[in-house]
Design a protein around this ligand. Structure first.
Ligand code: GAR
Length: 209
């Protein structure tokens, strides 16, 4: 798992993976920010951690190569981005295609990039949510694995909407990773292809709290 900060999605995956029946094991937590609070969550769970700062590398490609070496040395199969605030080079994204996933706090393809909840409120949409998707070179654009819808309340500010969406993320990411690690979704010809799973797999709805 690659993080840059708080690591609440990391915690959700740590909790899910603590079940012996969960189809994935978290082998390594890598942060590009020293002292990221998420690292402490990994340590508490007995998971190996690495910190590697992009500031120590002259180019994006060199940083990505250093990350890749760590992943290969640790025999990592799947990479989950969880609040990892770095964009990978095209080459990295291509080499890990199908094995690299991300969570984003909107119903993609709407509201890509930063300040997502501000964008959602400014647009006036009444339903928002979060998405887990395969990472491709274009930012926030890969095939979608799973989405959860949350209501946007007329009383919402950015922090209220972010909190409701984050709670949905914590349910969605473990479910999406289980689909991938369990072999029930894969990336083929630029699409998410599902098999041996109910037709509604990957769709969650969170009622008004
Ligand atoms: C989450 O809301 C995640 O969706 C978002 O960063 C937050 C990380 O929180 N990611 C992005 O915006 C990526 N484009 P966390 O560190 O508590 O998991």
């Amino acid at each position: 798992m690659l993080i840059s900060g708080r690591g609440s999605n990391l915690q959700a995956l740590i909790d899910a993976a603590s079940d012996a029946n969960y189809p994935a094991e978290i082998a390594l937590v890598l942060s590009n920010v020293a002292g990221a609070p998420g690292l402490e969550r990994a340590v508490r769970a007995g998971i190996a951690t690495r910190t590697i700062s992009h500031r120590d590398y002259a180019s994006r490609e060199e940083f990505d190569a250093a990350v890749e070496k760590i992943l290969v040395d640790a025999a990592i199969d799947l990479v989950c981005l969880a609040g990892f605030m770095r964009v990978f080079s095209d080459g990295f994204a291509r080499r890990w295609q199908g094995r690299l996933i991300n969570i984003h706090p909107s119903l993609l393809p709407a509201f890509k990039g930063l300040n997502v909840h501000r964008q959602v409120l400014d647009a006036g949409v009444r339903i928002s949510g979060c998405s887990v998707h395969f990472v491709v070179p274009e930012l926030d654009s890969g095939p979608i694995i799973a989405q959860s819808a949350v209501p946007v309340l007329t009383t919402d500010d950015e922090s209220a909407l972010a909190a409701r969406t984050l709670a949905a993320e914590h349910a969605l990411y473990p479910m999406a990773l289980a689909l991938l690690a369990g072999g029930r979704v894969k990336l083929a010809d630029g699409r998410s292809v599902f098999s041996e799973t109910p037709a509604h797999a990957g769709s969650l709805f969170v009622p008004t709290a």
